[in-house]
Design a protein around this ligand. Structure first.
Ligand SMILES: *Cc1c(COP(=O)(O)O)cnc(C)c1O
Length: 406
């Protein structure tokens, strides 16, 4: 999006605010499907946890994707946004058997990542097909919190437990319709994908009734100018060929599934905030903005480097700033960042704020969550209002201690 458009949005909706460019979501979706055009049956399931706004979900539904969900609440949001249950897959970790049962009653595909749960579910409902999440034990992912496929990870069923897995499948007579892996976010090296895929093909060959193989996600997107990204085009060429060969050996046209979150929505998002004050200390110039980790936690939680632009004064001399928030705790968005000269009142734009940004917001310091705006067909459409004091108090029950009797 252009600076001028972002400035207009800041004026119209105030700050802080999230602005999403629909056409970027669309182009990313098509970039991925084009990269795998030689695969006959391709399915993209958007990972709802990246951004779960109902209008974003509706837009993604309209593009033709399905969704990947990790909680029954995400399933309910998906259904509310118009997804048919058969276009939803539920990939939970560490949830109760009751939650899995309830989701399966809605007709949603179930992906099981735990042998104990598989045995329980298979004994109860042998007629309901399930997908199995495998842990291929590859070290992948940009950092510890998002690297979920390694040997000590809590995710998936270990490839070393395949004999036990096969025995449970046989004993319960459950039908396995898919094999899945998801080894982490921010995977840069496509050889890691290919290597893990070989492990998955090997597991898949042991099951007779498969309909799909789900390769998860983890596509890396560029966070700042010059940053690198997963080469999905090259991955498409390599993995498509390998997948098509596998289908020939297997004797059936399977569906290739991906479940990207970040890849589809990250670059579409812009987080706008205003500079409340410039504060100079002995060593640092701080730009303090009207937000904090309550609205945008990725820099603090994952150490992620989101590019920052001063959209009010984009072409002035660059200076070094530490960009911090207004939370009464250390809430540093960026240290020692070169940004075009900042004045009080300027609007800063954080790039790549479409994934794991709004969906991780909180009300810490009793601040309101920001609005979400969709930029589509050259228009801004508000898809979530800024909160008000009612949102902070609506579920609270006040006790009147004047009349309190024990
Ligand atoms: C979070 C998650 C994804 C999406 O990961 P991205 O890095 O955002 O693409 C996909 N599949 C599962 C099971 C997940 O938990």
């Amino acid at each position: 999006m252009k600076n001028k458009e972002l400035q207009l949005a800041a004026k119209q909706f105030g700050t802080p605010a999230y602005i999403y460019n629909a056409s970027k979501i669309e182009s990313q979706y098509h970039r991925l499907t084009k990269s795998f055009k030689t695969v006959k049956n391709l399915k993209i399931n958007y990972a709802v946890k990246a951004s779960s706004n109902l209008s974003i979900l509706r837009y993604i539904n309209h593009l033709g994707a399905g969704i990947d969900t990790v909680s029954i609440q995400e399933v309910l949001l998906g259904i509310k946004a118009g997804f048919k249950p058969e276009k939803i897959i539920f990939t939970p970790n560490g949830v109760s058997i009751t939650e899995i049962k309830n989701v399966s009653k809605m007709g949603v595909n179930i992906n099981i990542d735990n042998l104990n749960m598989l045995e329980q579910f298979g004994s109860l409902y042998p007629e309901i097909p399930v997908c199995i999440r495998i842990n291929p034990h590859v070290m992948a992912g940009g950092n510890n919190k998002i690297s979920v496929g390694h040997i000590d990870s809590k995710f998936g069923i270990s490839i070393h437990q395949i004999p036990l897995l096969l025995r449970i499948v046989k004993n319960t007579n459950i039908k396995v319709n898919g094999i899945h892996m998801h080894t982490g976010s921010d995977i840069l090296d496509i050889e890691v994908f290919i290597h893990a895929s070989e492990i998955l093909f090997d597991v898949a060959s042991k099951f007779e009734d498969l309909e799909f193989i789900d390769f998860g996600s983890g596509f890396k997107v560029p966070y700042y100018p010059g940053d690198n990204e997963t080469n999905v085009e090259e991955l498409g060429v390599k993995l498509s060929k390998r997948f098509n060969d596998f289908c020939k050996e297997y004797g059936k046209e399977l569906t290739l599934v991906f479940e990207p979150g970040k890849f589809l929505v990250s670059e579409a998002g812009h987080f706008l905030c205003s500079v409340n004050s410039i504060k100079q200390t002995t060593s640092t110039v701080f730009a303090q903005v009207d937000s904090g980790f309550n609205h945008f936690v990725r820099p603090m939680m994952y150490g992620s480097n989101h590019h920052i632009e001063n959209i009010s004064n984009p072409n002035d001399t660059e200076r070094f700033y530490s960009v911090v928030g207004y939370i009464c705790e250390t809430d540093t968005f960026a240290t020692n960042r070169r940004i075009s000269k900042i004045n009080e009142g300027d609007v800063l734009c954080f790039k790549n704020a479409g994934a794991y940004c709004f969906s991780m917001t909180s009300n810490y310091n009793s601040r309101y969550k920001p609005p979400e705006i969709l930029f589509i067909n050259n228009k801004f459409i508000e898809i979530r209002k800024r909160e008000t004091i009612e949102d902070l108090t609506k579920n609270q029950i006040e006790i009147n201690f004047e009349t309190f009797v024990n």
